[in-house]
Design a protein around this ligand. Structure first.
Ligand code: SF4
Length: 372
């Protein structure tokens, strides 16, 4: 550990001591969740500091009804589905894309929206539907691909837009008011696009400290220290320790692509229901690329698994190993919910790196009881 990191570690311990109460900080992003485990950060936190996983794993927040729409499209003879690999095993109401593919449906794993468009170019007799999953990080690439399809006159390409926006989800969590969150470690990747200033309303309207941080151990540690300093002083602020990469105003090119192709709209999140203006649907000029419109489909309803607690996990309400299925009926090989499917999902991160089923993640939990 270099001197700087060691100093931060000491500062973190000192601040937690001085604050003297339980502090809960939410790492919004799934990559932060995995990094906190993998780097050892999570296991070195003082007893009164807890990291909560948030709604920042794109696969985990995709509603079942979107998966079901993809399954319905995949059953059509003329349609080929193009999707990121993580979506293959997410269960819908009746099976998964992986299962449908084993039964002969044309479902292709791609690593980008551009690759899905290539598929459409190469298969002019198919209707290629790209599953547009993800936050502001991936949505600009989907927008650019739609523009490319338009410019190239490619008409057999469409997108099932499941894109989500981060800030409305944070607002919804805080508005619900029943998960004590003392501050947010804001996601590096999304922040590159939306800019650090995008979090200003979280500070101003809710009085919650926000610090943008990258994914390295030292970055996350610095982010936590900045949050704790704010909490100690009682002055919530917006800070950015990832300023080598994240600008206050974000990426104007990417934001321009988004606002040209999409408009903000209400959308449904897994277990969170419909969150106002938290998604992206096609702007009028590009509606012919909307898969739901093209195929005359409407989204159905979600029927949540009676035991799976993914909805609570992505809101920081429970830790994964509180789910009765964790590590038994639900493992990365036999996932029941999306949080165990995705590499960024909290359940999968806990399964790989966390304490074993039946034990608390924080050995200190017992000590924490009564600490407020
Ligand atoms: S362990 Fe499995 S069933 Fe339980 S919340 Fe996580 S993904 Fe859902």
């Amino acid at each position: 550990m270099n001197n700087n990191v060691e100093n931060l570690r000491r500062e973190l311990i000192r601040l937690c001591d001085r604050i003297g109460r339980r502090v809960q900080l939410m790492e919004v992003c799934g990559t932060h969740t995995v990094s906190a485990f993998r780097s050892g950060l999570k296991s070195m936190l003082p007893a009164n500091l807890k990291l909560l996983s948030g709604p920042g794993c794109p696969v985990c927040v995709t509603a079942q009804r979107h998966i079901d729409a993809a399954l319905e499209l995949a059953r059509r003879e003329t349609v080929a589905i193009a999707t990121y690999g993580d979506m293959m095993r997410v269960p819908g109401r009746n099976g998964s894309l992986e299962r449908l593919r084993s039964l002969g449906a044309r479902i292709r794993v791609v690593t980008s929206a551009r690759a899905a468009l290539e598929l459409a170019r190469n298969e002019p007799n198919s209707e290629v539907v790209f599953l547009g999953v993800g936050f502001e990080t991936t949505a600009p690439a989907a927008a650019a691909t739609v523009l490319e399809a338009e410019a190239g006159g490619i008409e057999n390409f469409s997108v099932l837009s499941c894109h989500k926006l981060v800030i409305p989800a944070m607002r919804a969590l805080l508005s619900a008011g029943d998960v004590p969150i003392d501050g947010f470690l804001c996601p590096g990747h999304v922040s590159v696009i939306i800019g650090s200033e995008a979090y200003r309303p979280i500070v101003d309207d809710f009085g919650k400290p926000c610090v943008v941080a990258g994914f390295e151990f030292g970055q996350m540690l610095a982010g936590l220290v900045h949050l704790l300093r704010q909490i100690e002083c009682g002055t919530p602020k917006l800070e950015n320790v990832y300023d080598a990469v994240v600008r206050p105003e974000g990426n104007s090119v990417a934001l321009g692509l988004l606002s040209r192709v999409f408009v903000e709209a209400d959308t449904v999140w897994r277990a969170l229901g419909v969150i106002p203006v938290s998604g992206l649907e096609f702007a009028p000029a590009y509606r012919r690329f909307d898969a739901l419109r093209r195929f005359g489909m409407a989204l159905g309803e979600d029927v949540d698994h009676p035991v799976c607690r993914c909805g609570e996990v992505i809101q920081g309400r429970v830790e994964p190993n509180r789910c009765a299925l964790f590590g038994g009926g639900c493992t990365p090989m036999t996932p029941i919910g999306p949080c165990m499917v995705s590499g960024e999902g909290a359940c999968s991160a806990w399964f790989k790196y966390g304490p074993k089923p039946g034990r608390s993640a924080e050995p200190s939990d017992a000590k924490m009881e009564g600490v407020t």
